[in-house]
Design a protein around this ligand. Structure first.
Ligand SMILES: Cc1cc2nc3c(=O)[nH]c(=O)nc-3n(C[C@H](O)[C@H](O)[C@H](O)COP(=O)(O)OP(=O)(O)OC[C@H]3O[C@@H](n4cnc5c(N)ncnc54)[C@H](O)[C@@H]3O)c2cc1C
Length: 340
């Protein structure tokens, strides 16, 4: 039996952030991931300035492709709203490996299939044992599935489906384009340039809404590519996209059961207005680590349910995406440096 004080299942941004905070505070911690890093992760790779702040690095510390775009070129049903708001892009293939290595935690490559309690401890596949368990395995996290799902099923109305492709391409400018409600979609399409000649193109929408209309996210991908070709933002069909799904933040997430935590996509924490998942993954990973260290409570109220600062905009997008916008304080602070 391999024993550690803390085991983190999943080495994405949520898991590596938890491991980083634990290791730098002297806690014995193992990260288990089924993939060997670097690994592919479907994601546009847009990160907010808050992510850098939370992880205490600057662009010059980062050794891989990193681009700051100054303007978000937002289009809502054809209405163009350029917005100056410096944001960043990375490639997840590079970023996730860097974060995991930077955490300093040992990493075991293993596909976790079964998680169970054993008194006050947790046992994984009969081979790994720990006192604290952090489930950071994304949408299909085995910690969520085996310990949390029965009591806290996910809200299917908050599931987002996506189609996405990242490929080498010199973009005509270095701005990020966002197409809200593109062709009636409850969601948006994106065009996110990366440094050194890459771009990420994709589209995401609420699965339930698509189904209710007999619609299909693949049809919206086709429409987005046609529009990007027409606008000269692409010069050829980029080929077949990949698909993945994740969950927007519910109004009542239950991410802790005793000494077991779920963080990031495992807890379904993407923001309810912009579907931003990396920031909430990082913040919840750090928060779980600090709860293990007994430094602060594990309270998601401290993590934003929204990306946008402007109340009307975030309420409107929340309403379109979730159908039941968060009220009052909007379930936590907003991410202050994005659209103010
Ligand atoms: C197409 C798309 C575009 C997106 N674009 C953005 C964006 O631009 N900006 C943004 O902020 N968010 C974006 N998101 C959301 C963002 O990608 C996620 O919210 C974020 O990756 C969550 O991080 P995580 O660490 O929780 O999970 P993940 O990054 O999914 O990491 C989970 C890890 O767990 C491992 N794992 C899973 N199961 C097991 C198992 N059984 N045993 C061992 N290991 C396991 C996986 O291999 C993986 O490495 C996007 C999502 C999609 C699908």
């Amino acid at each position: 039996m391999i024993e550690h004080e803390v085991i983190v299942v999943g080495g994405g941004p949520a898991g590596s952030s938890a491991a980083w905070e634990l290791v730098r505070n002297g806690v014995d911690c193992l990260v288990i991931d089924r993939e060997t890093f670097p690994r592919e992760k479907l994601c546009a790779g847009w990160i907010t300035p808050e992510v850098l702040e939370a992880l205490e690095f600057t662009p010059s510390d980062y050794p891989h492709r990193f681009l700051t775009f100054e303007t978000l070129r937002i289009s809502i049903r054809g209405l163009k709203l350029p917005y100056r708001s410096p944001q960043h892009s990375i490639r997840r293939y590079e970023f996730d490996r860097w974060l995991l290595e930077r955490s300093g935690a040992p990493v075991a490559t293993h596909n976790v299939r079964h998680v169970e309690r054993d008194g006050d401890a947790f046992v994984l596949d009969g081979s790994f044992r720990c006192r604290y368990l952090v489930g950071a395995g994304g949408t299909r996290c085995p910690v969520y599935r085996d310990l949390f799902r029965a009591q806290h099923p996910r809200d299917k109305t908050l599931q987002v489906v996506t189609q996405e492709l990242e490929f080498p391409f010199e973009t005509p400018d270095r701005d990020c384009y966002l197409y809200f409600f593109h062709r009636g979609l409850a969601g948006y399409g994106w065009y996110v340039p990366k440094a050194d000649g890459y771009v990420n193109v994709g589209i995401g929408g609420v699965a339930d809404r698509l189904k209710a209309r007999g619609d299909d996210i693949k049809r919206h991908w086709r429409g987005l590519i046609d529009d990007l070709l027409r606008r000269g933002l692409l010069d050829a069909d980029p080929g077949e996209p990949g698909g993945y799904s994740y969950f927007l933040r519910s109004l009542h997430p239950e991410p802790r059961l005793g000494n077991a935590f779920v963080v990031g996509d495992a807890a379904g924490l993407a923001t309810r207005d912009m579907c931003e998942g990396i920031g909430p993954a990082v913040e919840s990973g750090l928060m779980a680590a600090r709860a293990v260290l007994d430094r602060e409570p594990f309270d998601l109220g401290g993590i934003s349910a929204h990306t946008l600062g402007q109340p009307l905009a975030r309420r409107a997008l929340d309403r379109v995406l979730t159908g039941s916008p968060a009220q009052g304080s909007d379930a936590g602070k907003h991410r202050r440096s994005t659209v103010a």
